[in-house]
Design a protein around this ligand. Sequence first.
Ligand code: ADP
Length: 205
Amino acid sequence: MPVSLIIGLTGGIGSGKSEVSRRFEALGVPVIDADQIARLVVEPGTEALASIQHHFGDDILLPDGTLDRARLRHRIFTHPDEKTWLEQLLHPLINQRIRDELQQATATYVMLSSPLLLETQQHLLVDRILVVDTSEMLQIERASKRDASQETQIRAIMATQLSRAERCSRATDIIQNHGDLVDLDEQVTKLHQLYLELADGSQPS
Ligand code: ADP
């Protein structure tokens, strides 16, 4: 029987999505990771990787035959039409794979974690949108500490994502991640209870 409740988890870079998804997983909730699926669909041997190689040339691959992500990122950053081409190739494949995994999931409810849930069509696959929100200042501070990267790099990624206000306006539920990790635990526990109740209520009796 398919799961009765699917939660889409999203948030900007450094908002705390990974911390939140780890907590739901620890509570036994299966979390499907869209980033991980995005890597799987271009593994060596896939048709998608062959198309990318054909389109961009052999030097889009590393010597071991895997995709040179840094080179591809740079290429699409400087060529918006190439970005569109790549998205049109990959988004349907990623979404199909997500649908397959959602169908196979057996749990009271399941979570789809995706930084681009709202920027792609992935939000159509979920029942509720859970946004992890924090200030831009904290996003930059936490992400730059985690990745040892520069503020300008983080800001460049933020510029490709929805604004904080837009994301929050589309949320069903919001985790306010401005406090410490204990505060985060409490919010996750409360939402977990809510989702269990909602999933239970939507089961046919
Ligand atoms: P995202 O997956 O949204 O990019 P992460 O969950 O990786 O963000 O969080 C970014 C960094 O900030 C990580 O190093 C994480 O451990 C840290 N972090 C997240 N939330 C908090 C918090 N409430 N207090 C302290 N550190 C946090």
